[in-house]
Write a protein that binds this ligand. Structure first.
Ligand code: IMP
Ligand code: MG
Length: 175
């Protein structure tokens, strides 16, 4: 397996995360916010985004499994770690690394609204919009990327590469 090329540098990511932080802070300025990160992929983005907010926030995480070792979505989403905060009546912002087919976020949106959240918005660092199968509104998105399998800045391929500071195209992802 070999990494191809850097498509988003550390500086580009930092700049965009700062802008998203400002936009989100403005929107939620009069309301308490709960950030819910989707593990494992969103852990680095979540850490940077949370520090770019000028808001009081509560932070929690959820974990779902949809991909396993392969680069194509299995379409089967299972919850392997639930949130621990009570979300009833709260404004929730779901923080995700990347949206691809939309299956994961469609599942989570429904899941959080059933838990009684007052509102639910979605922030995804990367939107691979050409591969969307299910319509999902992404309220805040960092970058739109046309194609390819990406790694780094939290994104993995079979749990490798999450710790890379920039985002790269992977040349031969597993199918
Ligand atoms: P979806 O359910 O097809 O939208 O897939 C979303 C999940 O698939 C993301 O949270 C990632 O974990 C994973 N994923 C999708 N595309 C990529 C990629 O290019 N690199 C790494 N993970 C990806
Ligand atoms: Mg993910």
């Amino acid at each position: 397996m070999s990494i191809k090329k850097c498509i988003l540098s550390q500086e580009e990511i930092a700049r965009r995360v700062g802008q998203l932080g400002q936009e989100i802070s403005l929107f939620y300025r009069h309301r308490p916010l709960v950030l819910v990160g989707v593990l494992n992929g969103a852990f680095i983005f979540m850490a940077d985004l949370a520090r770019a907010l000028t808001l009081e926030v509560e932070i929690d995480f959820i974990r779902v499994a949809s991909y396993g070792q392969a680069a194509t979505s299995s379409g089967v989403i299972s919850l392997s770690k639930d949130v621990e905060l009570d979300l009833v009546g709260k404004d929730v912002l779901l923080v995700e690394d990347i949206i691809d087919t939309g299956q994961t976020l469609a599942f989570l949106k429904d899941f959080f609204l059933k838990k009684g959240a007052a509102s639910l918005r979605i922030c995804a660092l990367i939107d691979k919009e050409e591969r969307r199968q299910i319509e999902v509104t992404v309220d805040y998105r960092g970058f739109v990327v046309k194609e390819g399998f990406l790694v780094g800045y939290g994104l993995d391929c079979a749990e490798q590469y999450r710790n890379l500071a920039a985002i790269y195209h992977l040349e031969n992802p597993p199918v």
